[in-house]
Design a protein around this ligand. Structure first.
Ligand code: N01
Length: 522
């Protein structure tokens, strides 16, 4: 990929500018690569013993991409020979490993190394960081920290009464144990989100019985090529037409979005609440229901529970080529919609009084998405810890910087998920570029740290929050991981990717306090 148009050697700095990147998944790899290109010394750590982050962790049956593969890659590492329209998990893991190897990052990551805490040293204008790894605890100093720890990382396992009394095998989707032989067993899957949507169809044929616990039905967009290989025609275009891959990615991430956002934006005065939010949203709903009506023509009782009771787009839309309905219709599958009352040593009891006896419980119950930097301690200026500052409502300017925490850059931070864009890579890359520009500003000015102002953050949120409240996922009657415990949409970027491009195009120093070691310079 094209290197940044500057290099650290151009600047006459009195001390080296060093960066710690926490996490060696998608975000960490992008940051490590781009910062290294600019000649900035980068230290990377990861808790795991290998690279890949979420794509290393999630190894449940059926794991694959649910957005088109050709939009799901870095602009600086395009791949022309993806085998599938929607890549399998292992293919993406390979892709990330390959980038890390080719860029030399793979040899530089400190694996099995946990971030413990970081404290901002006011006098030195540096972060003092403690990590814990194979050599025990280490304390080091860095000019800046980049967090690249993802959002969907810490499993959420509901605290059902009697949860721990269950005697069988228990697995969360993201903590799959390959050693567990589930074939021929009685399995319960709790949840019907994106993970369950992949697990259930991959398992149902090979189990003795399957109970799917559905609290809310998922919306599914038709995607006939969901399990297909890349067509010859498409492969030909990618191979033969110069830059086709880049143009396609541009279409997926930028040009195709405004129309899609329109379908999930509320219309003032629209009376369809709480199942639709606008006339277009209603049309999408009608189309999707028409498709389901065909899918479940022979099973009207399943149709009635398959239709979601919330607006399309309010939760992540899944991609479907019919496998979900096929799995639910199988004679060995039961869809349970009565809420879970408690667990026993034998299985799961519903509020309607039925006990489902099972050998294995799969928690496809999602993640503590809005608990940003959970389990990590960052003590910023004035001795305030970041979670103390956030009070359960994580906020960051452009999803990247936080008042009180100079030279801390978050990747895939608050309000960064481009939910209808399909390209996390775009958002991650833009966040990395913004952090890189901030560092360039520091090197060019001879200052040591940048701290975003509270006013800049508030101005930013006054722009983002009302827009999220207009979207289907921001409605008060909707419950999704896009919102935090306060009900604020803390995960989603409600605008187009082009707008994120714009806000990350330039670091406006008017939004920052510029700090020099030894004194506040203002
Ligand atoms: O988690 P989720 P996920 N009792 O939070 C249910 C990404 N991803 O792991 O909807 C009963 O979406 C909950 O019910 P409800 C993607 O961004 C990507 O599936 O809250 N049920 C829901 O059905 C995705 O959005 C891929 O009513 C309970 C489910 O558990 C994100 O990860 C693949 C419950 C949780 O769904 C998370 O997806 C997989 C309870 N107490 C995931 N608590 C790709 O393909 C929760 N549920 C790239």
């Amino acid at each position: 990929g094209a290197a940044p148009d500057w290099h650290v050697d151009e600047f006459d700095t009195e001390r080296p500018f060093t960066v710690l990147v926490i996490g060696a998944g998608m975000s960490g790899i992008a940051a490590g690569f781009r910062f290294s290109q600019a000649g900035i010394p980068v230290t990377m750590i990861d808790e795991a013993h290998t690279l890949g982050g979420t794509w290393w962790k999630n190894r449940y049956p059926g794991v694959r991409l649910d957005t088109p593969t050709f939009g799901y890659s870095f602009s600086f590492a395009q791949r022309a020979d993806w085998p599938h329209q929607f890549a399998e998990g292992a293919e993406i893991e390979e892709y990330l490993l390959d980038i890390a190897q080719r860029t030399g990052l793979a040899d530089r990551v400190e694996f099995s190394t946990r971030f413990v805490r970081a404290a901002w040293l006011e006098e030195e204008q540096l972060w003092e960081v403690t990590t814990s790894g194979p050599q025990g605890e280490r304390t080091r100093r860095f000019s800046a920290i980049i967090t690249a720890v993802g959002q969907l990382d810490r499993p959420h396992i509901p605290d059902f009464p009697g949860r721990d009394s269950f005697r069988g095998v228990v697995m969360h989707s993201a903590e799959w144990d390959d050693a567990v032989a589930w074939q021929g067993k009685r399995v319960a899957v709790i949840g019907t989100g994106a993970s369950a949507y992949q697990i259930v169809p991959a398992m149902y044929r090979d189990v003795e019985s399957l109970v799917v616990f559905q609290r809310s039905a998922p919306w599914m967009l038709p995607a006939p090529s969901y399990h297909a290989e890349v067509t010859e025609a498409f492969a030909w275009l990618v191979r033969k037409l110069p830059h086709f891959g880049q143009w396609y990615r541009l279409w997926v991430t930028l040009l195709g979005i405004p129309g899609r956002l329109h379908t999930v934006t509320a219309e003032e005065g629209w009376p369809g609440v709480p199942v639709t939010i606008s006339a277009v949203n209603q049309r999408v709903r009608d189309d999707l229901i028409a498709r389901m009506t065909e899918q479940y023509a022979d099973r009207p009782e399943l149709l009635s529970i398959a239709i979601p009771s919330y607006p399309p787009g309010a939760k992540r839309m899944l991609r479907d080529n019919g496998v979900w309905a096929a799995a639910l219709k199988a004679p060995t599958t039961t869809v349970e919609t009565s809420p879970i009352s408690h667990l026993t040593e034998r299985g799961i009891v519903t509020e309607s009084g039925i006990e489902h006896e099972v050998d294995i419980i799969v928690y496809a119950t999602g993640f503590k998405a809005s608990d940003y930097l959970d389990g990590m301690e960052f003590v910023g200026r004035d001795g305030i810890e970041i979670h103390e500052y956030w009070r359960g409502d994580a906020r960051a300017y452009n999803g990247i910087t936080v008042p009180g925490f100079p030279n801390l850059f978050m990747l895939y931070g608050p309000n960064i998920v481009g939910v209808v864009s399909g390209s996390l890579h775009f958002m991650i890359e833009r966040s990395v570029e913004y952090a890189l520009k901030a560092v360039r500003e520091l090197l060019a000015s001879g200052a040591h740290a940048l701290e975003v102002t509270q006013e800049a953050l508030e101005r930013y949120l006054a722009w983002v929050d009302p827009q999220n409240r207009r979207m289907s996922w921001g409605q008060p009657f909707v419950h999704t991981w896009y919102q935090n415990a306060m009900g604020r949409v803390s995960q989603i970027w409600p605008f187009t990717n082009a707008e994120f491009w714009e806000v990350t195009e330039r670091v406006d120093l008017a939004d920052y306090e510029v700090l020099r070691s030894g004194a506040r310079a203002g």
